[in-house]
Design a protein around this ligand. Structure first.
Ligand SMILES: [Zn+2]
Ligand SMILES: [Zn+2]
Length: 164
């Protein structure tokens, strides 16, 4: 019994404890600072506003671990690069959609500058008699060469165009 007590006393009195304690604290501090640095790196990729980034970094610095955890919960889910890429993609799709129309007769996709549907031969546009460019049916003069063109009454969209 005395022997066991002696052993416990030896363990408690071990001088290495101080060193071990320092090591633990050192690791904790290193981990804390790495998390602050990680927050800075991550916030830069996700947040455009410099002030909000600074607040996020300050939070994880002032409130070790908890601040970083809160940032992880509240941070924007997407990277700025991804957001921009998606916006560009959406714009590209929109432009593509506006460039492509459907033939009113057969629903074949036709381009903005087509004069007639390539599939069913339906006329989609007028042609300027002077410069032969495609014109909207509602136009009164050719915007390319200012030649007067006779507008078809009431015909304002592709769906209302018919063969002359
Ligand atoms: Zn057609
Ligand atoms: Zn013209």
């Amino acid at each position: 019994m005395d022997n066991a007590l002696q052993t416990i006393q030896n363990i408690i009195g071990w001088e290495g404890w101080t060193l071990a304690w320092y090591l633990v604290w050192f690791s904790v501090v290193v981990l804390w600072l790495s998390l602050v640095f990680w927050t800075l790196k991550d916030a830069r990729k996700r947040i455009e506003d410099g002030l909000i980034t600074a607040v996020a970094v300050a939070t994880s610095l002032v409130f070790p671990f908890i601040g970083t955890l809160v940032y992880t919960i509240l941070r924007p889910p997407e990277y700025l690069v991804d957001v921009r890429e998606r916006e560009l993609e959406m714009r590209a799709v929109e432009m593509e959609l506006s460039a492509v129309r459907a033939c009113p007769n057969c629903r074949e996709p036709v381009r903005e500058d087509y004069i007639a549907c390539p599939k069913c031969r339906k006329a989609l546009r007028h042609v300027c008699p002077a410069c032969e460019r495609p014109l909207e049916c509602s136009w009164k003069i050719c915007p390319y060469c200012t030649t007067d063109v006779i507008a078809t009454p009431g015909a304002s969209s592709v769906t209302e165009v018919s063969l002359r």
